[in-house]
Design a protein around this ligand. Structure first.
Ligand code: HEM
Length: 502
């Protein structure tokens, strides 16, 4: 008996030693040559880090290792590897990097996308709130709001008073503020649009701008230097941005709670979360107000990026727009706009939605997850690595999508793509695993409705200058989301459509 126990014990030790040794011996994945101390930080300062990640993929393959002044970084350039690690080994990759500038100094520590496993209970609580507010069961209660906002969007897109970008911002803000807070936006001067828009701008273009590597994130002791100290401008900026973030968390929430108290609330995530009696515990109150804000921040730029890429596709692929218009004209008729009840009779529009997400790939490089020590296919993933799924490369996989740069909804037609994990973009465009985007069901409805109604009511053509159609000349403008400056085209109502009567 004792012998057996001893043998078992020794075998256990041998296994652990072999395992540790294997880990010790495992080489790092291939990657760009680092400089002493700085690693690859000079390259990583590039604004569009996702483009750099694509270049590295072409050179080094499906797993790439780099380091940012000592912080290990792993780029995953393959659907299956992303699934195996971020989904199947979910607990090992559910953590988030601790960013001193963002989390501590700017007060972003309660924004879900940046909360790590050291506050796992909060992650669970906030994800539960989001599941209730944005899960499939909640979406039908927002359909009316989506229908109203899409009507306004059609008017704005054809109006000369605003740009395409302005119309899309107005649409995404009004849908999101209505769904989250029950707030009805009536003009672009709306105070809540401004307050929340400012926070979105600060977050993605100032605090977390692609080119900006904050010294305090690499040398955390710098957080202790006083704000007046020479070179401490980051502390003064942080105080300013913290105030912007907090205003966007508190003002819309408190207004919404007041509406419930007054008995005037309409369907919204706040109402779903609080019910008719808005007296939550302080801890729930804190999680609710920050999770609403995280949903707002998660929704705006990503949705605009999705919609801008849809419009761009319509300019470049007129035959797709024409085919979709024929489908809608025949299944819905020409006298009304499509509604959700038409969805099952519009397979081509459905395929366009999926192709829009694949082709547009609104978030080309996923947000970083923080790893524990691990080994994958013989390569070492060091503890504390920033692990980034390269969603762009997955969406351009030629083995799955021949001519990946071509917008072709037909690739999803007549193909049971929802049963084919790697082929189905819904399985990676929103991330995977424990931190997968909670907004996916909302997008499944809201983006579909926009696409169906734009196709039904509008014509989209290249802009014509001096009688010549000009090629759309776009400049990307956001480090994380595929949004553009200068998206210009001719958008008109179709000949038989009178928007005021639809
Ligand atoms: C086309 C639109 C969208 C795209 C492509 C998109 C994509 C993503 C991606 C790639 C992530 C990171 C997942 C990860 O860390 O692995 C994410 C996270 C997140 N998204 Fe979205 N998203 C979209 C719309 C939305 C909407 C409409 C909302 C809310 C209303 C939302 C809220 C969030 C939140 C709160 C997170 C953080 C989740 C967490 O860290 O646990 N997103 N999204």
């Amino acid at each position: 008996m004792l012998d057996k126990a001893l043998i078992g014990f020794l075998a256990g030790i041998a296994f652990v030693l072999v395992f540790l040794r294997r880990k010790e011996l495992a080489p790092l994945p291939p990657g760009p040559k680092p400089l002493p101390l700085l690693g690859n930080i000079l390259q990583l300062k590039e604004k569009y880090m996702w483009k750099l990640a694509v270049d590295w993929y072409k050179e080094y393959g499906k797993l790439v290792y780099a380091n940012a002044a000592g912080i290990p970084m792993i780029f995953i350039n393959d659907f299956q590897a992303n699934e195996d690690l971020i989904n199947m080994r979910g607990d090992k990759y559910a953590d988030k990097p601790k960013m001193v500038m963002l989390n501590e100094l700017c007060g972003g520590k309660y924004i879900l996308a940046f909360i790590g496993t050291d506050d796992a209970e909060r992650v669970l609580r906030q994800r539960r709130i989001m599941k209730k507010a944005l899960g499939p069961g909640a979406i039908p209660s927002y359909e009316l709001s989506m229908e109203t906002s899409t009507r306004q969007l059609l008017l704005d897109l054809t109006s000369k008073k605003t740009t395409i970008e302005g119309a899309l911002l107005m649409y995404t803000s009004s849908v999101t503020l209505s769904i989250l807070y029950g707030h009805q936006v009536v003009s672009s001067d709306d105070e809540l649009v401004k307050i929340t828009g400012e926070a979105a701008e600060v977050l993605s273009n100032k605090i977390a701008a692609g080119t900006k590597v904050w010294a305090v994130d690499i040398l955390p002791f710098l957080r202790h230097i006083p704000a007046w100290f020479p070179g401490a401008a980051f502390k003064r900026l942080a105080a300013e941005w913290k105030a912007v973030l907090e205003r966007s968390v508190n003002v819309p929430y408190e207004r919404s709670v007041e509406e419930i108290r007054q008995g005037r609330a309409v369907a919204s995530a706040v109402l779903i979360s609080l019910g008719e009696d808005p007296k939550p515990s302080p801890e729930y109150d804190l999680d609710l107000r920050w999770s609403l804000n995280a949903m707002y921040l998660g929704s705006i730029d990503s949705s605009i990026a999705g919609l801008e890429n849809f419009i761009l596709a319509m300019v470049k692929y007129p035959e797709v727009l024409k085919k979709a218009q024929e489908e809608i004209d025949s299944a819905v008729g020409r006298s009304r706009l499509p509604t959700f009840s038409d969805r099952s009779s519009l397979p081509y529009v459905e395929a366009m939605l999926t192709e829009t997400l694949r082709w547009g790939c609104p978030v080309p490089l996923n947000f970083p997850h923080l790893s524990v020590e691990d080994v994958y296919e013989g390569y070492r993933i060091p503890k504390g690595s920033y692990v980034l799924g390269n969603l762009w490369v997955m969406s351009r996989d030629e083995r799955l999508y021949p001519d990946p740069e071509v917008f072709r909804p037909e690739r999803f037609l007549g193909h049971p793509y929802t049963e084919d994990k790697a082929f189905n973009p819904w399985n990676y465009i929103f991330g995977t695993g424990k931190r997968k985007c909670p907004g996916v069901h909302l997008i499944q409805s809201s983006l579909w409705l926009v696409i169906a109604r734009v196709v039904a009511a509008l014509d989209i053509k290249p802009k014509v200058v001096n009688g010549v159609p000009i090629e759309v000349n776009l400049k990307e403008k956001n480090a994380f989301f595929r949004m553009y400056d200068g998206l210009e085209c001719e958008i008109t109502t179709r000949a038989h459509v009178n928007l005021d009567q639809l």
